[in-house]
Design a protein around this ligand. Structure first.
Ligand code: HSE
Length: 439
């Protein structure tokens, strides 16, 4: 007797949807052996009907009405690959209220409306699975939610946007300009539909918001994340960092402190000797530090058709296996039982403590360095290293680079205001944050 397949409705057959279709077909036998029953896409919705028909080759129903899929009585699981917070939210909520499980890669939607979505799913006794939403093919949700459950997780730091990592790698390796590299990243299909989400750190912030919730059992709070991208990053700082033994990476960071949870995305200097500093191109990597296990590192492709499909299908298999289980016995959406979530607050950026890289243009004059270090000392900021570059031929100003020990963001900002007011300092101070990521 053959086992009844589980029926899937796919919303959006673009890059990831196409990849999901292909991998499900290619590895059907292997996937069925794991899931216990066949997983079959029975209906696809896409605005581009010709493309949908071409990919599906008559194997399932095709429509341009996504609402028909979420209301179809045959469909057990809806895969949402439309993206964004508009119609995608309506469709996900409708699918849930119709008692369907949802698999989604939509980090923007979950980071902003996740609390409402997970609550609705909880009430309906359905699953919302989102492995593909964070770091593409890397099974980081599975690792944090299930593999590390023994630990008190202390911090998470990740290269979770491939576009920006590709840009930073190419700028450093080839000395190329930002704009040239961005175009290449778009051509290769890494960038979001709106690349400002990548460049300005918004995509990484969506992902670190979700990771923070999984790690610490707090509600998703994207609106409290501090977000800085790489569009203002100067190539000279990539070079100076290199000379000092650091690489600059766009990191999503979330740390548990006694005062609250840090939640931030910004270009960060990390020691070149760290494994994560050597993650190049469009690859992603996430470091998770648990009190029992210590640091653990997860590496892989964070975007692309089949890597992301790998995560989507892993969720399909999970949902298929747990489909008949009592909802109480399933793995909670955000790793912690919904009635055991914590109200740990997100720390305002001013209160965050880290160390800093400062670059200044300074007049080559007696006492200039003393004035600057005095202003730092006034704010109790201790200096770890100082480098002054020789002024260029015929120039009266030189680049001065200072590395500080750990201090509070509001202290460094106060010192910078005073330093910029000094007559010997020309223009603005460049401030970048540094993380050791050792323990
Ligand atoms: N735009 C994203 C990136 C794709 O560059 O990593 C996957 O979320």
């Amino acid at each position: 007797m053959s086992i009844k397949p589980i029926n899937v409705g796919l919303l959006g057959i673009g890059t990831v949807g196409g990849g999901t279709f292909t991998v499900l077909q290619r590895n059907a036998e292997e996937i069925t052996r794991r899931a216990g029953r066949p997983i079959r896409i029975t209906m696809v919705a896409d605005r581009n009907l010709d493309l949908a028909r071409k990919i599906t080759e008559g194997t399932c129903r095709v429509t341009d009405d996504a609402f028909a899929v979420v209301s179809d009585p045959e469909v057990d699981i809806v895969i949402e690959l439309i993206g964004g917070y508009g119609v995608a939210k309506e469709l996900v909520m409708k699918a849930i209220s119709n008692g369907k499980h949802v698999v989604t890669a939509n980090k923007a939607l979950l980071a902003t409306h996740g609390n409402e979505i997970f609550e609705a799913a909880q009430e309906q006794g359905v699953m919302v699975a989102f492995e593909a939403a964070i770091a593409g093919g890397i099974p980081i949700v599975k690792a944090v939610r299930e593999g590390l459950t023994a630990n008190r997780i202390e911090w998470v730091a990740g290269i979770i946007n491939g576009t920006t990592n590709f840009i930073l790698s190419e700028m450093r390796d080839k000395g190329l300009d930002f704009d040239v590299v961005l175009k290449e990243a778009q051509r290769l299909g890494y960038a979001e539909a709106d690349p400002t989400f990548d460049i300005e750190g918004v995509d990484a912030a969506h992902k670190i918001t979700l990771l923070a919730s999984l790690a610490f059992g707090i509600p998703v709070q994207f609106d409290k994340a501090h977000i800085e991208g790489i569009s203002k990053l100067d190539a000279i700082d990539i070079q100076y960092a290199e000379q000092l033994g650091y690489r600059i990476k766009l990191l999503g960071i979330s740390k548990r402190t006694e005062e609250g949870v840090e939640l931030r995305v910004h270009p960060t200097l990390i020691p070149s000797k760290r494994l994560i500093a050597n993650v190049e191109g469009a690859m992603n990597a996430v470091l998770v530090h648990g009190d029992a296990v210590g640091p653990t590192l997860y590496y892989g492709k964070g975007a692309g058709a089949e890597p992301t499909a790998s995560a989507v299908i892993a969720d399909l298999v999970d949902v298929t296996r747990m489909h008949t289980a009592d909802p109480e016995n399933r793995v909670p959406h955000l790793a912690f039982q919904p009635n055991a979530m914590s109200d740990l607050k997100i720390l305002p950026m001013d209160e965050v403590q880290t160390s800093y890289y400062l670059r200044l243009r300074v007049q080559d004059k007696t006492g200039a360095l003393a004035d600057i270090t005095r202003l730092l000392a006034d704010e109790q900021i201790s200096i770890g290293a100082v480098i002054q570059k020789e002024p260029g031929e015929g120039e009266a100003q030189a680049d001065l680079i200072l590395l500080t020990h750990q201090t509070r963001e509001k202290r460094i900002n106060a010192a910078i205001v005073k330093i910029e007011a000094l007559g010997v300092v020309a223009g603005k101070v460049t401030k970048l944050r540094m993380e050791e990521l050792g323990k």
